[in-house]
Design a protein around this ligand. Structure first.
Ligand SMILES: Nc1ncnc2c1ncn2[C@@H]1O[C@H](COP(=O)(O)OP(=O)(O)OP(=O)(O)O)[C@@H](O)[C@H]1O
Ligand SMILES: [Mg+2]
Length: 525
C-alpha cells in the first residue's frame, strides 16, 4: 500500500478509537450523573482535580501550590503572641553563617541574642513539612502626608495542603518552644517584703504590691554545693520528678506543690541549697519573713500574691516564737473565732499550715515551700508529721568529699599532694562547716597559702576540742556554750539574713557598676 494511504488509515484508526473512548466516557458520565449523589460527586471532583493538578505540577517541574500566612506584630492594639513566639523561636533556627544578623541584649537578659534582619529568610522543617519564614520590615515614613510607623511582620510559607498541620501542630509547637526558651533565659527573681526596689516588669503579678524584688544573681548551683553526693542526687531527682508530674498530680487530685524541710547547723548551706534549687528550676524565690507579719489574713494576702513556678522560703522556722505550741495557737483561734474576728487572728502555725494544705492547694501550680531550721528538735510535731513536708534534708558538717567540691570551686584544684590528705583526715574527725572552710579558702589567691589557712583553722579547732574534752567532766554544758557554736552569732540572735545580704551585695555591685560606667556621676537611691 502507498505510504500515504497507510498513514491515512492509521489516523482513521486512532480517531475511531478516540471517538469510542469519548463516547464511553460520556456514557459513563451521564450514568454517574444520574446515580451518584451531588455531594459525593463534588468531593470526587475536587479530589481528582487536586490529584491531576499535582501530577501536572510534578510533570512540568512546577512547585506545589504554596500558601503564605502573615504574622503581624500587633493584632489590634495587643501584641500578637505568635509574632513574639516566632521571634524567640527563630533565633534557634537562624543559620549561623548568615551574612547579616541583629544582635541584642536587654539589661535583664542573661545572654546575647541573635535575630533576623530585614528580608532575611529562615528555613524550618516540621514533621516532614518544609517551611520558610521571612522577616519583613517597612521602615517608618513621615514623608507622604501622615506619619506611618514602622511595621514588622513574618511571612510563613509552606505547601498549601499542609495548612492544618501548620495551624494545629506547628504553631502551637512554636509557642511552646518559645516559652521554654524564655524560661531558660529568664532571670530568677528574689522577692522580699522590704526590698527597696520593684523591678518586676515582666507583666506578672509577682509583686502584687506586697513584695519588692530584684534579680537573684546568686551563683549557687548544685555542682558548687558541698553535700553528700547521694543526697544531692536524690534532691535533684525529686525536683525533676516534681516538675514533670503535672498530669500525675491532677490525676490523683493533689495540689501541684512540694515541701522541703532543710535542717542543720549554721553555715552548712541550707540557704545556698534554696538558691541552687531556684537556679536549677528557674523558679522565683519569695523570702517570707514571718517576724514582719502580724495576722493570718496578712499571711494569706502575701501568699496569694506569689506567682506559680516559685519557691516560698521561710527561714529559721524554729525562731518564730509563736510557732512552738500548736495547741495554744488553736485555743487562740477558737477565742478569736468566737469574737467573730476569724480573718484577723494572730499569725499562727495552724494558719500557715492550713493555708499551705487548703486554700493554696486550689490556686496555684508548681509551688515549692521550704522551711529551714538549725534545730529540728524544737519544731512543732505538726510540721514534722509525715506528709507535711515531702522531704527532710539534713545539711551536715563538711566531709572529705565536700572539701573536694569547695577546693575545686574556690581554688580550681582537684588535689594537692601535701595538704589534701592532711586536711581530709582532720575534717573527718571534726565538726566544721562548709562555710568556715569556704571562708578560709577565699582568703588568698595563692593555693598553698589558702590551704595552709585551712590547715591552721582545723588544727585550732582540734586543739579547742581536746581542751573541751579535758574539762568536760567538770561542767560540760557551760563550756559547750562558750565554744564556737555559741560565738557564731546565731545563738546570740545576730543572725545574718541570707536573702537580705544577697540584695545588699547586688545593690553594692550595681553602685560599683555605676561608678565605673558613669565616671563619678553616681546616683544613690
Ligand atoms: N554545703 C555548702 N557548699 C558550698 N558552700 C557552702 C556550703 N555551706 C555553706 N557554704 C558557704 O557558706 C555561706 C553560708 O552558707 P549558708 O548561708 O547557705 O548556710 P546556712 O546553712 O543557710 O546557714 P544558717 O543556718 O546560718 O542560715 C554560703 O554563702 C556559702 O558560700
Ligand atoms: Mg540560711
Amino acid at each position: 500500500m502507498h505510504p500515504l494511504w497507510e498513514m491515512k488509515s492509521m489516523a482513521g484508526n486512532v480517531f475511531s478509537a478516540y471517538a469510542s473512548v469519548a463516547t464511553s466516557v460520556m456514557l459513563l458520565r451521564s450514568l454517574a450523573n444520574d446515580i451518584v449523589p451531588e455531594p459525593v460527586k463534588s468531593f470526587f471532583h475536587a479530589a481528582f482535580s487536586r490529584f491531576f493538578k499535582h501530577l501536572l505540577d510534578r510533570f512540568l517541574g512546577r512547585q506545589p501550590t504554596q500558601m503564605t500566612m502573615v504574622v503581624d506584630e500587633q493584632t489590634g492594639i495587643a501584641r500578637n503572641q505568635i509574632y513574639d513566639a516566632a521571634e524567640v523561636y527563630l533565633r534557634t533556627r537562624i543559620n549561623p553563617d548568615a551574612e547579616r544578623l541583629k544582635v541584642n541584649k536587654l539589661p535583664k537578659q542573661k545572654t546575647i541574642t541573635l535575630s533576623m534582619v530585614k528580608d532575611q529568610a529562615v528555613e524550618d522543617r516540621f514533621n516532614g513539612v518544609d517551611l520558610k519564614w521571612q522577616f519583613v520590615l517597612v521602615e517608618a515614613d513621615g514623608q507622604k502626608g501622615g506619619f506611618q510607623p514602622e511595621k514588622r511582620w513574618f511571612e510563613l510559607t509552606f505547601e498549601k495542603s499542609k495548612k492544618n498541620i501548620i495551624v494545629d501542630e506547628y504553631l502551637p509547637f512554636v509557642l511552646a518552644k518559645a516559652q521554654d526558651i524564655r524560661d531558660d533565659d529568664r532571670a530568677v527573681k528574689l522577692f522580699t517584703r522590704d526590698c527597696p526596689f520593684d523591678d518586676d516588669d515582666d507583666g506578672g503579678n509577682g509583686g502584687g504590691g506586697y513584695w519588692g524584688c530584684v534579680n537573684l544573681d546568686h551563683p549557687a548551683t548544685f555542682e558548687k554545693l558541698a553535700m553528700d553526693p547521694n543526697l544531692k542526687r536524690a534532691v535533684i531527682d525529686d525536683l525533676d520528678r516534681f516538675v514533670r508530674r503535672k498530669d500525675y498530680y491532677k490525676k490523683v487530685g493533689k495540689a501541684w506543690k512540694r515541701g522541703y524541710l532543710l535542717y542543720g547547723p549554721p553555715g552548712t548551706g541550707k540557704s545556698s541549697l534554696v538558691a541552687a534549687m531556684a537556679n536549677y528550676l528557674k523558679f522565683n524565690v519569695y523570702d517570707l519573713e514571718l517576724s514582719n507579719l502580724y495576722s493570718n489574713s496578712e499571711l494569706r494576702r502575701m501568699l496569694l500574691c506569689t506567682n506559680n513556678k516559685s519557691i516560698i522560703v521561710i527561714e529559721d522556722i524554729d525562731c518564730s516564737a509563736q510557732f512552738h505550741d500548736r495547741d495554744r495557737d488553736r485555743d487562740k483561734e477558737v477565742e478569736a473565732d468566737t469574737d467573730d474576728q476569724s480573718n484577723n487572728t494572730k499569725l499562727t502555725l495552724s494558719g500557715l499550715l492550713n493555708f499551705i494544705d487548703g486554700l493554696w492547694s486550689t490556686c496555684g501550680d508548681e509551688r515549692i515551700i521550704i522551711f529551714t531550721t538549725n534545730h529540728r528538735e524544737k519544731l512543732d510535731p505538726a510540721l514534722l508529721r509525715p506528709g507535711r513536708m515531702d522531704m527532710h534534708i539534713h545539711m551536715g558538717y563538711c566531709t572529705p568529699e565536700g572539701f573536694d567540691v569547695l577546693a575545686l570551686n574556690y581554688l580550681d584544684i582537684n588535689d594537692h599532694p601535701v595538704f589534701f590528705p592532711e586536711i581530709k583526715q582532720m575534717i573527718q574527725q571534726l565538726e566544721i562547716t562548709p562555710a568556715e572552710i569556704a571562708e578560709h579558702l577565699m582568703r588568698s589567691e595563692d593555693v598553698d597559702l589558702a590551704l595552709q589557712g585551712v590547715v591552721d583553722l582545723l588544727k585550732e579547732k582540734k586543739a579547742k576540742r581536746e581542751e573541751l574534752y579535758m574539762v568536760e567532766s567538770d561542767d560540760a554544758k557551760e563550756i559547750k556554750f562558750s565554744g564556737d557554736v555559741a560565738k557564731s552569732g546565731k545563738e546570740k540572735g545576730k543572725k545574718r539574713n541570707f536573702w537580705k545580704s544577697v540584695i545588699k551585695f547586688q545593690e553594692r555591685a550595681e553602685k560599683t557598676k555605676e561608678v565605673v560606667s558613669g565616671g563619678g556621676d553616681v546616683t544613690v537611691f
